[in-house]
Design a protein around this ligand. Structure first.
Ligand code: PTJ
Length: 259
């Protein structure tokens, strides 16, 4: 569908089209559209931009790629449809492999997602070849199906748009979890070691940029100073203060324009 460029919410509508296309291709599941809607609602609340606490988490995420020996970037249907090129660039820059990991897993979907990443320039994508797949003891969902060369042996996993069960399971296995989730109240957001409350469309390339800006020594310092609970609390304060300004503007005039 053609979105008129002068539509006030053209960007947002174009992103939706990418997901709808992804669903027609078999990359995105219908549930992914619902998940995106939830994400959009939180993006609306934060102001549809990368806010200061997210910048801080982005630096910590970049640092985590530096300090871990076996980082892996987990890819699901939504992220593959929304920002495949950004995922490939992150993987190539950090040396962390891309691994397809799905909640609604079928072999066909895993293959289509790997193809989508290959079209965007990816070399080898993990999580597809049957002979290398193993099942972790938890979670009970299909997300437990992982690649023995990737998530199974990873010491750090980047999980964009995740469900809470797997984040908790990965943590129990002693892995560091870096999550990207627009919902600061989700179980994933609350459980991860680093939570970037931002849209994957904006933040994945920022993680790559930050990675290039720092060396390993600086990365260790960034991580030792980082506190995820404090960062999440700052996100909630940002939302509260922004809503306060919007409410004030509605009554008194002159406030922040409504989105
Ligand atoms: O491709 P599959 O089979 O692995 O399935 C993927 C979905 C997304 C359907 C699955 O992981 C799922 O059901 O996720 P949840 O539990 O709905 O969680 C998705 C979270 O991602 C929610 O908290 C949303 O707020 C958030 N989210 C949605 N879109 C974005 C986002 N966060 C960052 N950027 C987005 N664009």
């Amino acid at each position: 569908m053609k979105i008129p460029d002068d539509h006030p919410r053209a960007e947002c509508l174009k992103i939706r089209e990418r997901l709808v296309e992804g669903m027609k291709e078999g990359v995105v599941v219908p549930q992914g559209l619902i998940a995106h809607g939830r994400g959009e609602a939180f993006d609306y609340l934060i102001g549809e931009k990368t806010i200061p606490p997210a910048e801080e988490a982005i630096r910590a995420a970049a640092a985590a790629f530096h300090v871990h020996d076996r980082p892996v970037v987990s890819v699901n249907g939504n992220t593959a449809a929304l920002c495949p090129e950004d995922l490939v660039e992150l993987s190539e820059t950090t040396g962390a492999p891309l691994e397809v990991n799905l909640f609604h897993r079928t072999e066909e979907r895993a293959r289509l997602i790997a193809e989508k990443l290959a079209e965007a320039g990816a070399g080898h994508v993990l999580g597809v070849e049957k002979e290398h797949l193993v099942r972790l003891p938890e979670p009970s969902s299909e997300r437990a199906v992982v690649d023995e060369r990737g998530i199974a042996r990873a010491d750090m996993v980047l999980v964009p748009l995740e469900d809470g069960d797997r984040t908790e399971a990965l943590k129990r296995m002693g892995k560091t979890v870096v999550a990207i989730d627009l919902n600061p109240l989700s179980r994933t957001a609350m459980t991860a070691d680093v939570t970037v409350v931002d849209n994957v469309i904006r933040c994945i390339r920022k993680i790559t940029e930050e990675y290039c800006e720092m060396d390993e020594r600086e990365a260790s310092e960034v991580l030792s100073r980082y506190d995820n609970s404090r960062t999440l609390a700052e996100v909630l304060r940002h939302i509260r203060e922004r809503l306060g300004r919007l409410a004030h503007g509605l009554i008194e005039g002159g406030g922040e324009p409504t989105p």
